[in-house]
Write a protein that binds this ligand. Structure first.
Ligand code: NAD
Length: 475
């Protein structure tokens, strides 16, 4: 009897949440249709207010990011708050120019018309974020949504609750709920009804490929355009002539920063047989410089987000021979920076996106052999090659279709506003950052403007006898 009552209680609660969500999204739609969000002055004001309130909450964000992921203030600045502010400043600086109509040439048959494009706001958009950079990955797309003149629903991850609480306060203090709505909860419960019962004008999703498929299907029901920022296995290839010391430092940094819980962290390394031990030696030097010999006691080393992820990650530790690290502590959600060799290409760790501080090093005898391993997980989000040789660089960039890539570097392409960021195929669709964020959250509308002072008769039927002229004008 009690069980039955609690099932009905849950059902009633869900129905109520659904009703409330639908009413709220309807209010967003009405606010968008009022035109209030569209003027340049309005957009600029909101971006500046957002900047100020984030700066006012900087310390609170650091505290929250430490509670959720044990990030240091400096790390939280570089990868979350500072990253966001850099995007915001860039957008504030360029927004006016981006909003101007762009003139394009007009073809002969339409002369003397003029042609131009305008960036039209999309309407009401939904932004869904994961937990690994919980602030940056929700608020950076928001910059694009506001700059584009839209209303937005923001859905943070339920697994970074301290950061979500600060973001909720910022959004609640700044924006009315009919402009930017902060919607929390278990994604699997909240999002399917939200996306089924409401038609958004765009869904911007960042998260796993598995959930990305669910979101894509839900969006398809209403033909809603999507941006999918997904994950995958991003490989790093070391060539014969690579500078191993530099490569080790540049790979170890993103692999163990945030405990490897980074979408573009190098997932595994492919190295020629004869360079393997030298590379491992350099990786160990780098790890110990970053976190000391005992990462568990290092204040600079993060933690795994939760028990579920800790269990998943520690289950990979038997997939090869551990040559460095391997220690773990469930209570502290700690996994030591770990290097593994002897991993078979078909082991579980080579099928899943690792998304943690375990680094398999695989060796190869020929480019073809290395390429075949990479091709088991096509379209990585990022690809890294370390070489001084232009022919090798070209070979790898041409043969590994990926979202983005670095030569002699790893992950840093994400920091350049002028480089679009996004995946392809299995690692995502669409992109953002810099101007592309504005383009993603607007529609490029083509306009042809024709004067009325001239209206030549040859453009109208009957066309008999005018074929030669039409061929000239259109051909
Ligand atoms: P996730 O897919 O589990 O969750 C992301 C969001 O989806 C959360 O807000 C969650 O509430 C929601 N969600 C979860 N299950 C759902 C369901 N069944 N139906 C509807 N919504 C659901 O991802 P995560 O574990 O939070 O993040 C890790 C993944 O995100 C990794 O694969 C990583 O590579 C990827 N990622 C990609 C990028 C990028 O920019 N491409 C950035 C960060 C993380």
């Amino acid at each position: 009897m009690y069980k039955l009552a609690s099932v009905w209680g849950l059902k009633f609660k869900l129905l109520y949440i659904l009703y409330a969500m639908n009413t709220q999204t309807e209010a967003l739609r009405q606010y968008f249709q009022s035109g209030a969000t569209q003027p340049f002055a309005f957009r600029l004001l909101q971006l500046n207010r957002l900047k100020q309130l984030v700066l006012d909450n900087e310390q609170a964000l650091y505290k929250a990011l430490h509670a959720d992921l044990k990030k240091t203030d400096e790390d939280a600045w570089a990868t979350e708050v500072g990253f966001f502010l850099s995007e915001l400043n860039y957008t504030i600086e360029h927004l006016k120019g981006w909003m101007q109509p762009k003139s394009v040439p007009t073809n002969l048959v339409n002369m003397p018309s003029s042609s131009f494009t305008i960036q039209e706001p999309l309407g009401v958009v939904c932004i869904i974020a994961p937990w690994n950079y919980p602030f940056q990955l929700l608020f950076t797309p928001l910059i694009g949504a506001i700059a584009g003149g839209n209303c937005a629903v923001l859905k943070p991850s339920e697994f970074a609750p301290a950061t979500a609480a600060v973001m909720r306060r910022i959004i609640g203090d700044l924006f009315p709920e009919n402009y930017i709505l902060f919607l929390e909860g278990d994604g699997a419960q909240v999002l399917p009804p939200l996306l089924t019962e409401n038609r958004f004008d765009h869904i911007f999703y960042t998260g796993s490929t598995m959930v990305g498929k669910i979101i894509y299907k839900l969006a398809a029901e209403h033909l809603v355009p999507v941006t999918l920022e997904l994950g995958g296995k991003s490989p790093a290839v070391i060539c014969d002539d690579a500078n191993l010391r530099v490569a080790a430092r540049r790979l170890a940094n993103p692999k163990f920063s945030n405990c490897g819980q980074m979408c573009i962290a190098p997932d595994y390394i492919l190295v020629p047989h004869h360079l393997r031990d030298e590379l491992i030696k350099e990786l160990i030097i780098a790890i110990q410089k970053f976190y000391g010999a005992d990462a568990e006691s290092s204040e600079h080393y993060g933690k795994i987000i939760n028990d579920k992820q800790w269990l998943r990650l520690t289950s990979y530790l038997g997939d090869g021979e551990i040559v460095y690290g391997g220690k773990s502590n469930r209570e502290k959600l700690f996994i030591e920076p770990t290097i593994m060799v002897g991993v078979q290409p078909d082991a579980k760790i080579m099928q899943d996106e690792i998304f943690g501080p375990i680094l398999p090093i695989l060796t190869y005898a020929s480019k073809e052999e290395a390429l075949a391993i990479i091709q088991k997980n096509p379209n990585p989000l990022a690809f890294y090659v370390f070489t001084e040789n232009k022919a090798d660089e070209d070979y790898w960039l041409t043969n590994v279709p990926s979202g983005g890539a670095c030569v002699n570097n790893a992950t840093m392409h994400i920091t350049n506003h002028d480089l679009p960021f996004g995946g392809r195929g299995f690692s995502g669709t669409g992109g953002y950052h810099g101007k592309l964020s504005f383009d993603t959250f607007t529609h490029t509308k083509s306009v042809l403007k024709t004067p009325t002072w001239i209206d030549p008769g040859f453009k109208y039927p009957p066309y008999k006898g005018k074929g030669w002229l039409l061929k000239r004008l259109i051909g």
